[in-house]
Unconditional design. Sequence first.
Length: 314
Amino acid sequence: MRCRKCSQKAVVNMRQHKLSLCKEHYLEWLPEQTERFIQKYNMFTHKDKVLVAVSGGKDSLTLWEILWKSGYVADGLYINLGIDGQTKYSEMSRQIVLDFARERALRFTVVDVEEEFRETVPQIAARTLRGKAKPCSVCGLVKRHIMNRVARDAGYNILATGHNLDDEAAALFGNTLSWAKGYLIRQNPVLESIHPGVIKKVKPFFRFYERETAAYAVLSRITYVYDECPYSIGSKTIYYKGLLNQLEADRPGAKLHFFLAFLKAKKEGLFAQPPEKCGLELKTCPVCGQPTTVPDTCAFCRMMDKVKSPTVKG
Ligand code: Q46
Ligand code: ZN
Ligand code: ZN
């Protein structure tokens, strides 16, 4: 297998693009494509202030590296969720993010959930969900709240995450299986700001397969956390990713087509907001000041209020 550009030995073969590249050309190709997608989908420009949410995994660190090398104003945000378990997941990822940023002299913010809210994410989840489920729904709510708040307070106008095509296709697959209307309406690689307090969210890697971002991280020697969060083991997302990989093995490009066809259908009006919801006005949460769709306290503050209650009635 030879590189299409220079005929040297190829190290990456992308069957869906019928494209093989050597190390040197692959390390050029991924940033070029990232730039192309940032422009094509009007994500941001060099005038914007981008906050990159970094978990310590390959996708978010690779994204941060590429944005930084491409000259964007891109600072990092690491949220310490307090997820430990056998692999000391949070502790390890925190160290990796700090080393990554310091080696490159990048600016970053760390928010420690336990320090700020007196409970780690698994502890908040254990109280509010009463051990009935994995902490992922609580974790998502906490992360969204913190990311938006940090971006807003520090004057960033773009929030970027490292979600790749495998993440997006698996989420779409799950949402489609249950026809989760609300999620299908909102699922988009670019979510414009609909209120001054809501930061625009973008996913510049949404067209890259997971193996493509992993290949970039390995070839450019980025040190990242190999272990996944312990709560992701046995999750539906991982199951859906496995099913989609089987499909992809028989039909190269199937995952990409699945997601791009969804975006095209949305553009043509499928899953559009019903007219009565288009003008939905966001209110301001009286506790945290963040925008919310409900007329009173936002979902995050209601959850934290439960945490603070001394007794929880069963
Ligand atoms: S939601 Fe769930 Fe992830 Fe949070 S608890 Fe771990 S697996 S980190 S993307
Ligand atoms: Zn080459
Ligand atoms: Zn609130």
